[in-house]
Ligand binder design. Structure first.
Ligand SMILES: [Zn+2]
Ligand SMILES: [Zn+2]
Length: 172
């Protein structure tokens, strides 16, 4: 995905709607598939020699629920905020930092693939859940408790007995 830098006159402002497949973007995450194109909505405003870019990255990720192991679609949305400085290295006292990029004045485009990849990876859940109240799998028979009940009774040992057992072991 690119922002065209040549067609940006003064006081210029435009809305960009970009779409690209995860494959073309080079977006690869283990155990996650992106079937739909990644979407970027960006508003680009030119102010002197800077392009102020604000928008959102949206994607739908097919992931495995960490409780019931079902594959489900996780909607992802992340803010994208950055500034492209078109004076490049000729500008004194300016340096690149997070979200601030110096671009050579002769450049014709600014590529945002990496920014988009990072934004998506940052908003992936660490513990994916198909729904907040997913009941998960029965630890005994493996039944998906969201779909049916199995009647298994989880054996619970009295914690006081465990302590006593420990004491006995020590004495023996
Ligand atoms: Zn689940
Ligand atoms: Zn069960």
């Amino acid at each position: 995905m690119k922002i065209d830098l040549k067609r940006t006159p003064e006081d210029f402002s435009q809305k960009l709607n970009l779409k690209e497949s995860a494959e073309v973007l080079g977006l690869k995450v283990e155990d996650v598939t992106f079937e739909d194109p990644i979407q970027v909505e960006l508003s680009v405003t030119k102010s002197q020699d800077q392009l102020i870019c604000r928008g959102k990255v949206k994607a739908s990720a097919k992931m495995e629920c960490s409780r019931c192991l079902v594959k489900y679609d996780q909607k992802l949305s992340s803010d994208l905020d950055f500034v492209v400085d078109l004076t490049g290295n000729s500008a004194e006292g300016r340096s690149e930092s997070e979200g601030y990029f110096l671009v050579d004045p002769a450049s014709t485009f600014f590529e945002i693939d990496q920014l988009v990849r990072e934004a998506i990876i940052l908003c992936l859940p660490l513990k994916p859940l198909c729904s907040e109240d997913c009941k998960g799998l029965c630890p005994i028979c493996g039944t998906d408790l969201n779909k049916s009940q199995c009647g298994c009774v989880e054996e619970k040992t009295d914690p006081r007995w465990d302590q006593l057992k420990g004491l006995l072991k020590r004495k023996l």
